[in-house]
Design a protein around this ligand. Structure first.
Ligand code: IDP
Ligand code: MG
Length: 151
């Protein structure tokens, strides 16, 4: 089973879209294994977005992500990384597929509501950066046999 890291970014929190993000992931069948509401320090933001350091949008991105609280989450399921990226939609909302969160609620790449890990290595790194091991909850959900084939 795969795990992926998700953020409801400051614009999603300000716009009252935390529930919308969670309900879409729950409805898809993914399982929540960790969540917290926090203000992001500059240090954490810079580490999380280290791969983008030096790009033209970097300073704006750090300001954006530290501008108001976020909800950090870990979601689990088969192919969770690809499934969550698909539910979020393409980085640029006007290129995101209809029905995706970024399409349905966004217009600007710099206010695109969510973050989701883009591969197994970044998922592992991001989960370890944002959560301690003790904050990741292993729990059983009987309905999983009706969602995850071969569970
Ligand atoms: P992703 O969030 O879909 O993985 P990345 O390319 O990893 O997209 O970029 C990280 C974040 O940086 C984006 O979600 C978006 O908030 C911001 N970003 C990316 N490109 C631009 C840009 O051209 N202008 C402003 N912000 C950008
Ligand atoms: Mg990315």
């Amino acid at each position: 089973m795969e795990r992926t890291f998700v953020l409801a970014k400051p614009d999603a929190v300000q716009r009252g879209l935390i529930g919308e993000i969670i309900v879409r992931l729950e409805r898809r069948g993914l399982k929540l294994v960790a969540a917290k509401f926090l203000s992001v320090s500059r240090e954490l933001a810079e580490e999380h977005y280290a791969v983008h350091k030096g790009k033209a949008f970097y300073d704006g991105l750090i300001n954006y992500i530290t501008s108001a609280p976020v909800v950090a989450m870990v979601w689990e399921g088969p192919q969770a990384i690809a499934a969550v990226r698909q539910t979020m939609g393409a980085t640029r909302p006007v290129e995101a597929a209809p029905g995706s969160l970024r399409h349905d609620f966004g217009l600007s790449v710099g206010r695109n509501l969510t973050h989701a890990s883009d591969g197994p290595e970044t998922a592992a790194t991001e989960i370890a950066l944002w959560f301690t091991k003790g904050e990741l909850i292993d729990w059983q959900r009987p309905v999983d046999e009706w969602i995850f084939e071969g569970n």
